[in-house]
Write a protein that binds this ligand. Sequence first.
Ligand code: CAO
Length: 430
Amino acid sequence: MAETKQISVPDIGNFKDVNVVEVLVKAGDAVKAEDSLITLETDKATMDVPSPSAGVVKEVKIKAGDKVSQGSVILLLESGDAAGAPVAQPAAAAAVSPAPAAQTPNPSRPPLVRGGGAAPSLDKGRAGEGLAHASPAIRRFARELGVEVAQVRGSGEKGRVTKEDVQNFIKAALAQPRGTAGGIGLRVAEMPVVDFARFGAVETKPLSRIQKLSGANLHRNWVSIPHVTQFEEADITEMEAFRKQLGTEYAAQGIKITPLAFLLRAVVEALQQFPDFNASLDASGENLILKKYFNIGVAVDTPDGLVVPVLRDVNQKGIVQLAKELAEISGRAREKKISAAEMQGGGFTISSLGGIGGTAFTPIINAPEVAILGVSRSSMKPVYRDGAFVPRLMLPLSLSYDHRVIDGASAVRFTVYLAQTLADIRRLAL
Ligand code: CAO
């Protein structure tokens, strides 16, 4: 049975004749318990008065600009339930958000909720929302739509951001021309749509599922991270001699020892010396999370595209063990038998194209990691030593790094250290 109730301003502390800056509902609106009805503003704070119960607004008794105190009638609410929706006192108390309340200039201010009735929720603006003037309800509305209130121009009283302002902001964003990369404010010219068949025979080949998934990530990483690539050459003449020797010993057991197993160990060695390379920026972009574990992703080329399984705790494993795990995990990757969990938790990635060829390349960082090592094919080169050219096997390394986190000097120190470690693999035993 329907019942019409008067909803009035609850206890708002010592405030009297408080300015109504916004009326958020109109006659005919259906509201839920805790929906904001009006916004009040004192010289100290802005507060929303939530509805104590669900119902339909019959008549609004106040307008923006009115002055109200505790007990002033806000509106008539017809509830669908004779008993009225319960006024959830604990929830009402929770409506006073602790963080903004803590920012109230007068800490000895009495609590806003006493006894029954819904409490107004206070909001003085959150960090990052800068000087924007908006009620808690509008802030919530904007947050739900992913809009930063600080970016919205307020058209209300004293530059207050209204619901319409937020809606107009979204409309304007949606009306941006296609080709605008959202989120990072990058505007690029639209890609031309060309009918290639006008110039000769063509065939349409859909991208694989992996290509589509990794493509989106690669694109994001490429445009949002300032990449720099540092090149280096490591003298792996001795390492190769040792690898061949090991290879012969382990071939009987079916274990193939490739240069990548050595690289994994050497990279961990370098990461231990330079912890910033085994790290990620946190969500605020203001802190670096240093990882104390050494999980290394390895890019694996599969018929369906690139996948990056992660080898765990590489610091705790020897070359032979790593060679075994590499063969096993890259084999499973090619058979599409890698789980999502096996591709997570990395701190650094190696992309080795050395089995195929190449002299150098610029790998794309596997965000949120901050660096990736590209490896190309080793070749014999004349190296000038002690007054003469000597033939040495040189391995090209290409380290791409996030320049927000790593500076050029650190990057070259890292690659020099890595090259020295590979040149003298006795260091790996240290
Ligand atoms: N220089 C010279 N030879 C190399 C080498 C290098 N840097 N790296 C590997 N080789 C040799 C190996 O010793 C092996 O030689 P043999 O067959 O004579 O013993 C041969 O090349 C093939 O090696 P492999 O590729 O089977 O093994 P791997 O451990 O080097 O690499 C894996 C494993 C999974 C990383 C690799 O197969 C792969 O998929 N690489 C492609 C990664 C990729 O696509 N990256 C691109 C990312 S960006 O798009």
